[in-house]
Write a protein that binds this ligand. Structure first.
Ligand code: ADP
Length: 162
């Protein structure tokens, strides 16, 4: 059984994240979504716990192939504790790539765990959680950027048919 850890803030979980998750599930048996917590901000930890629970419920159509956990320490160390064979990440741009490249090198150095980097689907290259938060701040609809429960159910069912 192969497991990958897909770490991020997922605030919120977008269609771009769903695409990387599904493509990760074509490579690995299981993907653990790891939501980061800033240990210096305990109030934030409470919100993250609630978000993790909500995301776990949203992703239930994937069954036991997807788990949502909170990360309170180093992603690489926690991934090793979950017996992950790889970290999973997505890149949308050259600047994402530069960042991911150095993160991947550091994580491999400190834990021996490699990173599988998937290129964003061109449809989702411009989708980011920060854009969603900004649009929501202006009361602008964000349905095009966020997966609906039907989208998630459909993604999970098409994976089962693979
Ligand atoms: P961060 O870790 O910077 O908080 P996110 O939680 O938004 O970022 O994203 C986690 C991972 O998902 C990162 O590897 C990021 O590059 C990737 N990602 C985010 N949005 C997309 C997208 N639209 N398409 C592909 N990958 C994405």
């Amino acid at each position: 059984m192969t497991t990958a850890v897909y770490a991020g803030s997922f605030n919120p979980f977008t269609r771009g994240h769903l695409d990387i998750l599904c493509r990760g599930l074509m490579i690995f048996d299981r993907v653990i979504l790891m939501l980061g917590v800033n240990v210096d901000k305990p109030a934030q930890a409470q919100t993250i716990r609630q978000r993790a629970e909500a995301l776990g419920r949203e992703l239930q159509p994937f069954g036991d192939r997807v788990e949502v956990v909170i990360c309170t320490g180093l992603v690489a160390a926690e991934a090793a504790a979950h017996n992950a064979s790889a970290l999973l990440r997505g890149v949308r741009s050259a600047s994402d790539y530069d960042y991911e490249r150095s993160m991947a090198a550091t994580n491999r150095l400190i834990s021996g765990i490699d990173t599988v980097i998937l290129l964003a689907d061109p449809k989702y290259e411009a989708v980011s959680s920060s854009i969603v938060r900004e649009l929501e701040g202006y009361g602008f609809p964000t349905d095009q950027l966020l997966p609906s429960p039907a989208d998630i159910a459909e993604a999970a069912s098409s994976l089962r048919k693979q």
